[in-house]
Design a protein around this ligand. Structure first.
Ligand SMILES: Cc1ncc(COP(=O)(O)O)c(C=O)c1O
Length: 273
């Protein structure tokens, strides 16, 4: 396996970044996960736009998107696989042990892992911890994901594949690595970006392609919504069949099934929508 580091392809067995990399010591970094189908990235332009937005939000220099694109192509060509998780990581680079950033300049790593097709339905839980909709890094895809690690571990303990957060004012926000949609009276709704959720690439495509509305929703909407689904790069649109103790036995319900179909059709038409 090969990855991209320091401007070129390297073997994963020997590639090295500094143990003082600010991404490692304080989580000062950003990332993107891109789906790659038979070596071709999906929605890469949207992912690179978000990478730049996240970099600016952290005060990192703009990533060189020509290099990132070259790196993605090189890594995909070097590691052929049917379904891949292409991971772009961009950190503050070698720096001091505290929160001040060093002068070395950023680290860019592009790596690829094999992925499998997700099941059409899944179980989720809600967690008592909150997303902060007013934080300095709200809405940025930073490598500081320990809260998500803890919440996802709780979900796994309870036989679920995702944990959903409310925000500080009790509104529905998002999952550890996904956005959430609910169906109410036949209409699709998802929390607005002001809820503190990430501007998911899949979320934006689903809003565009299904006409879903952005609506402030209380966390407990999950207890009575007719249908619930998740969106993310590797889930696409995935129906929720259980939330905490509540079963949704018909999942995917008719509205979700249609959203899944519409997503697949549009995605097959255009690899970089
Ligand atoms: C916290 C969080 N919310 C939502 C998403 C979904 O975003 P996307 O559709 O761009 O994968 C992700 C990304 O994987 C995420 O990490």
């Amino acid at each position: 396996m090969k990855l991209w580091l320091d401007g070129g392809l390297q073997d994963i067995g020997t590639a090295r970044v500094s143990v003082f990399d600010h991404g490692l010591t304080v989580g000062d970094g950003i990332f993107e996960t891109v789906k790659a189908v038979h070596g071709r990235p999906f929605a890469l332009t949207r992912h690179l736009d978000r990478l730049t937005r996240s970099a600016r939000g952290l005060g990192l220099p703009d990533p060189d998107l020509d290099e990132v694109r070259r790196a993605c192509t090189a890594v995909l060509d070097a590691n052929p696989m049917p379904l891949g998780r292409l991971r772009i990581t961009y950190t503050g680079g070698h720096g001091p042990l505290g929160s001040d950033r060093g002068e070395h300049g950023p680290t860019l790593v592009v790596a690829l892992g094999e992925s499998g097709r997700r099941p059409d339905t899944t179980a989720v839980i809600t967690v008592p911890w909150t997303r902060n909709e007013r934080g300095a890094v709200t809405g940025l895809k930073t490598t500081s994901y320990a809260e998500n690690v803890v919440a996802l571990a709780r979900a796994r303990e309870q036989g679920a594949s995702e944990a959903l957060f409310g925000n500080t004012v009790g509104q529905l926000c998002e999952g550890t690595g996904s956005n959430v949609f609910v169906v109410l009276d036949g209409e699709i709704h998802t929390p607005p970006l002001a809820s503190g959720c990430l501007a998911g690439v899949t979320r934006a495509l689903v809003v565009e392609w299904t006409g879903a509305r952005e609506t402030d929703l209380p966390l407990d909407v999950l207890q009575h919504a007719d249908e619930i689904f998740l969106t993310s790069t590797l889930r696409d649109v995935q129906a929720v069949s259980r939330v905490d103790d509540r079963q949704l036995p018909g999942a995917p319900g008719p509205v979700t099934a249609k959203a899944m179909r519409v997503f697949d059709e549009h995605a097959a038409d255009d690899l970089d929508p």
